[in-house]
Each structure stands twice: as C-alpha cells, then as structure tokens.
Design a protein around this ligand. Structure first.
Ligand SMILES: [Zn+2]
Ligand SMILES: [Zn+2]
Length: 253
C-alpha cells in the first residue's frame, strides 16, 4: 500500500499542512490538508474517507472538497467512522448552518457524501482493504484505524493521549509494517497535552514501549509553533524506530 502524506501538522501556519494522508489514489485518512493538496481531478477520484474525529484540523477537507465536487461528482464518497463521529459530523458541521448538509445534496440517494457507520473493532471492506476502527483516548469521540491488504498492515493512532486498546489489537496484527502516531506538544507542556488528549515526546516513548512493537513509528501532528522543540526532544530519545512523517513524501508499506 502506498501512503502519501498530504499534511502532517497539528496546527496551521504557512508551510504546514493539517493532518491528512492519501492511501493509494482513492482513500483519505483524515482530511485536514486534502482540499489544498489534491487537485480537482484527484478529489474526483476519491472513494472513501476514514474520519478519526470531527475536529476541524481533521475534517476541514470534507467541507471544502464537498463545495468543489458538487455538480461534478457522479458517485458518492463514503465517510467511514464509528456512529458517534458520524452523528457529530451531521450535527455540528454539515448542519446547514456551519456548512450545507452535503450528506443530502443534491439528494439523499446521490449525495456527495454517504455516511458508513463502522462498529468498533469489526472489519469493514473498502476496495482491497480491510479496515477496523479502534477507539483511542482524545477529548472527543475518536478512533484510530488498522488497515490491511491481506499481506501488509498499517496502524494510524489519530489524535490520542496515552491509550490501551489499540496496542492490544496491534499485537494481533499480522504483517504490521508501520505505525502513524501523533505527538503534539513539547514535554514541558505535558499538562496541556494530557488535558487536550495529546502526546509529548516523553509520552510517545512510553506508548512505543507499551506497544512492544518493533516496526517504524512515523510521527505526525506536531503543533507548528513547537516543531523545532518537539523534534529536538524526539531526537534526544535516540530511538531508532521513530521517524517523522514528512509532508509530500510517499511511503510504501
Ligand atoms: Zn488534531
Ligand atoms: Zn483532535
């Protein structure tokens, strides 16, 4: 599987893209930078979006892409997540106030977006992939995803503070090739990180040790204001499993 990093940042400043990854050509994992990084033709090619939670830095691309695609898209794009996330999306974003309800435009049958509820932990098929949503620990209902093509698997933590369930699941995955893991704040802001449901480099190392996994961990979601400080703290960990998810890069798993 080919994964392109469209945005790996946890906040927006010039030169930093909000969290979004493109799997092959047609599946998005979160959408922060998607509308600014994918051309119109690339947006038309999308079949599905795995949405971890409704925070704007992950959902923004849905709103902006819907506006681009209406009138041109001749299929529906599936938004996949647990029911709480999908309910929140309709209630708080596609509520005809913040933004039009693109889950019923132009009509319910041919809407730009169709909501596809996932039962937590249950595999759902999308193209050649089997995808599972596993709840993590953030400030709002949030899931990470385990994505497998039968040979290789990839784990995406989404936004989380210290968490348990996804690491238990990870131990059972066959062919796990890599983990995309968030780290947002420097160590000195650990109180803020925990309050807002995020990791620091110190907490990142604890999660890696807890997981017992020996695969590469690609860090994303560093807050742009603290990027140098967090990168220095990560370098000081001297852990050869840790890499930075680089915006614009494509990784093969
Ligand atoms: Zn976020
Ligand atoms: Zn968040």
């Amino acid at each position: 599987m080919k994964l392109k990093v469209l945005g790996a940042s946890g906040s927006k400043l010039p030169g930093f893209g909000l969290t979004s990854f493109l799997l092959d050509k047609n599946i998005l994992i979160d959408t922060g930078a998607a509308a600014s990084m994918l051309g119109f033709d690339e947006q038309l090619r999308l079949d599905a979006v795995l949405l971890s939670h409704i925070h704007i830095d992950h959902s923004l691309g849905l709103l902006l892409m819907a506006d681009n695609l209406v009138g041109s898209l001749n299929k529906s794009i599936q938004i996949m997540s647990i029911p709480e996330v999908l309910d929140g999306l309709r209630e708080h974003l596609f509520n005809n106030q913040v933004w039009p309800d693109f889950t019923s435009i132009p009509n319910g049958k041919d809407a730009i977006f169709k909501l596809k509820p996932m039962a937590e932990g249950k595999p759902v098929r999308m193209g050649k992939y089997t995808i599972r949503a596993i709840r993590v620990s953030h400030s709002v209902p949030t899931v990470g995803f385990i994505i497998s093509d039968g040979k290789s698997s990839l784990l995406y933590t989404a936004d989380t503070r210290a968490t348990e369930k996804i690491w238990k699941e990870a131990k059972k995955i066959r062919g796990l090739k890599g983990v995309l893991i968030e780290t947002s704040f420097p160590n000195r802001l650990h109180g803020l990180a925990d309050l807002s449901g995020h990791l620091t480099p110190h907490a990142l190392l604890q999660e890696i040790n807890k997981s017992g996994l020996k695969v590469p961990f690609y860090v994303f979601h560093i807050k742009a204001m603290f990027v140098e400080e967090v990168q220095k703290e990560i370098a000081r960990l001297k852990n050869s499993q840790i890499r930075l998810a680089m915006e614009g890069a494509t990784y093969n798993f």
